[in-house]
Write a protein that binds this ligand. Structure first.
Ligand code: NOJ
Length: 674
């Protein structure tokens, strides 16, 4: 492990006069951040290889009572430091991660005497900065009214974005437009600049702050827009405080964005001493059948979560080596309109036709664990009042993972203040960020892993809380079952890796084999080939991956199902071999538990052929490539089930030819021979 830290302090480092630049570069010297104080206002800009990535952009905070910390600033001191260390992940896409950056921190004083600190970190794959307000006389509680951070990207850039404040949380199809067509968008928001750089703006370590959206101002500038509390305040905090890191990932190729670990590096190290109970894995569950309306969450004749049905899934899981069985709709509260009315959910009372203890025991006896489910319907106060009992119950049953859910629309999360008044909060404001963190902590106390649906976006806190396994936070597979506009188009999953997934893992729930489900929902379908469903297990990273289809659909295709049985969810290395945002991506990952490698390659609506160099394989080994590829006649539209499963011997010197059908994909396991 290499570790090097350098501190330079003192009179010689006192910042020079107003109007002068100061700068800090990445360890490899390619990226440079310049910081300038101009008439008491602070600006930063970013260059890569002498090309401007971010043109001069304002920095600053506005606090309540006219304390605008964005002007009348003086630079008092600066501190330069460096870090170069390698840390080991508890689980993830890579086992070892290098954290290598140069940091420049500025102490600034405002003419009211208030002090703040700005930390800039420059990595080889991007830059990050955050605001800090240290402890100081006369300042305790802070109500932040605005953050003026700008990200002035080249105005000729293309952007991939989803709208913020639009009701359906993060569940929108990504738009690909010129930068000047975006309004207020969620992060990660990704750009291709006119000179061909790939840039993504996001945040890291969102722990007790409101989340940042980005808005375009009239002059085509991009500005942070923090999700407000219902009273308009953006952040309520006290000193000492620090903001999340504002991040700008920069890469020459789209692959570089995906391979970057900058977001994780900006989070605090693991807080949990014992992590033996944190185990990535795969699960099946009583889930897709409700989305297909074959069964219901609510009670009655079609109730999905019955004891017998759960046992059927458990038997299937045990037979095929799955770790968990999710059961949704097991508890009282689903009858009636549960969306937007989470007050009815009881998190410890099963429906009478679901023998919770018996099912949990049945699973444990077969080496499988029940995966718990807490749908809150956005009734956060109701959930918080039962949370401890709910986790106690699951812990007593040997449950190790809980899926939570917060289906609700827009600004509809109920909060009651100290005076008893009721307020409606956004799902992504500070109130909810605090709630999500409470749940992660409570879950950790009970040795419980989390899979959060309708979450706040991923910002890398899985490093600090490695029981925060996966989350939704985008349009997942479920849209294919019921979206009135035809589900996810074929390019959706070729955009996710470069946008949503830059924040962290996603519970996309791949693996639908009955792609047309004509009996259940003739007007919907999955817009991929069968081979693409398999490839998604490798392309979309999640430490908990679901085999989402019904057991009977897997039983009809045991050959193709074998890939889902084999594919790991914890990796020692990950590389992106080729990619173009919205067109295609090919990912290879090495299993953390063996010398095997896996490949997943997916395309949009266009068919493609690639020759891949297998140089990533161990040069001293031979491998059997078990390949699951689109058949000659495969086409997601007209012939989605055509799949060829072939085996062949390969080495690191082999060239691997791939042909992906329109809307198709390829998955393969490279099984290392001894
Ligand atoms: C939405 C979630 O994304 C889905 O997975 C779940 O089945 C339903 N809410 C019900 O909790």
């Amino acid at each position: 492990m290499r570790f090097f830290i350098m501190l330079l302090w003192g009179a010689a480092m006192v910042f020079a006069a107003d109007g002068q630049f100061n700068s800090v570069s990445s360890p490899d010297g390619h990226i440079q951040v310049k910081i300038k104080l101009d008439n008491g206002r602070l600006y930063y800009s970013v260059n890569k290889n002498n090309q401007q990535v971010i043109t001069p952009s304002r920095l600053g905070l506005k606090l309540k009572k006219q304390m605008n910390l964005d002007k009348n600033l003086n630079l008092d001191e600066q501190q330069l430091s460096s870090m170069d260390t390698v840390w080991t992940t508890v689980w993830g896409e890579n086992k070892k991660i290098r954290n290598h950056y140069n940091q420049l921190s500025f102490v600034l004083s405002h003419n009211t005497g208030i002090q703040q600190i700005l930390d800039f970190r420059v990595f080889n794959d991007g830059i990050a900065f955050r605001y800090r307000i240290p402890e100081q006389k006369g300042l305790k509680q802070i109500e932040m009214m605005d953050e003026l951070t700008e990200f002035n990207i080249d105005t000729e850039s293309e952007a991939w974005w989803i709208p913020a404040f639009a009701g359906n949380r993060y569940e929108y199809l990504y738009q690909h437009t010129p930068l000047n067509k975006i309004d207020t968008v969620h992060t990660p928001v990704t750009f291709k600049t006119a000179n061909g750089s790939y840039v993504s703006v996001h945040e890291a370590a969102l722990t007790d702050y409101s989340s940042m959206t980005v808005t375009r101002t009239t002059e085509n500038k991009l500005r942070a827009y923090l999700v407000p509390w219902s009273d308009g305040v953006k952040v309520k905090t006290s000193v000492p405080m620090h903001s999340p890191w504002r991040t700008v990932q920069i890469a020459d190729r789209p692959a570089g964005l995906v391979e970057s670990s900058m977001i994780l590096n900006l989070n605090e190290p693991n807080q949990l001493e014992d992590v033996s109970w944190i185990q990535p894995g795969k699960y099946v569950g009583i889930w897709w059948e409700m989305h297909l309306e074959v069964s219901t969450w609510g009670s009655g004749r079609k109730h999905g979560a019955t004891t017998d049905n759960a046992k059927r899934y458990i038997d299937f899981a045990a037979e095929h080596g799955f770790d968990g069985v999710l059961v949704e709709g097991w508890n009282i509260g689903w009858d009636g309109s549960w969306m937007d009315n989470g007050e009815m959910f009881d998190f410890t009372q099963p429906y009478p036709d679901f023998a919770l203890r018996e099912v949990a025991r049945y699973a444990r006896d077969r080496g499988v664990r029940l995966i718990g489910h807490h749908e809150t319907g956005g009734g956060v106060l109701n959930y918080e009042s039962q949370m401890q009992d709910a986790f106690d119950l699951y812990e007593s049953l040997g449950v190790r993972a809980v899926k939570t859910g917060y289906v609700s629309q827009g600004q509809s999360i109920k909060r009651v203040d100290e005076q008893g008044s009721v307020h409606q909060e956004w799902q992504h404001g500070q109130f909810m960020v605090q709630h999500y963190r409470k749940v992660v902590k409570e879950a950790a106390k009970h040795k419980m892993m989390l899979d959060v649906h309708e979450p706040v976006k991923a910002t890398g806190i899985r490093r600090t809380w490695p029981n925060m396994m996966t989350r939704e936070g985008a349009r997942g597979q479920e849209y294919n079952a019921w979206d009135p506009n035809g589900g996810n188009p074929p390019d959706h999953t070729t955009i996710l890796p470069f946008t949503r997934m830059l924040g962290g893992p996603m519970d996309f729930t791949p693996g639908i084999f009955d792609l047309l489900f004509e009996d259940a929902k003739p007007d919907n379908r999955v817009n991929t080939t069968l081979a693409k469903q398999l490839a998604l297990y490798v392309v979309i990273y999640s430490p908990l991956h679901m085999a989402a289809d019904l057991p009977e659909n897997y039983e009809k295709r045991p050959d193709a199902f074998q890939f889902i049985v084999d594919v790991p969810t914890d990796w020692s290395e990950t590389h992106v071999l080729n990619a173009e945002i919205g067109d295609y991506i090919t990912v290879v990952r090495r299993d953390r538990q063996s010398a095997d490698w896996y490949i997943g390659s997916i395309t949009d609506e266009n068919g493609r052929s690639f020759d891949i160099n297998l140089g990533f394989l161990d040069p001293d080994r031979e491998y059997i490539a078990e390949i699951y590829r689109d058949g000659e006649a495969a086409d997601r539209d007209s012939n989605p089930y055509d799949i060829e499963i072939v085996k062949k011997r390969v080495t690191a010197d082999s060239v691997f030819s791939m042909k992906l059908a329109p809307g198709g994909g390829l998955a393969a396991r490279f099984r290392a021979l001894d």
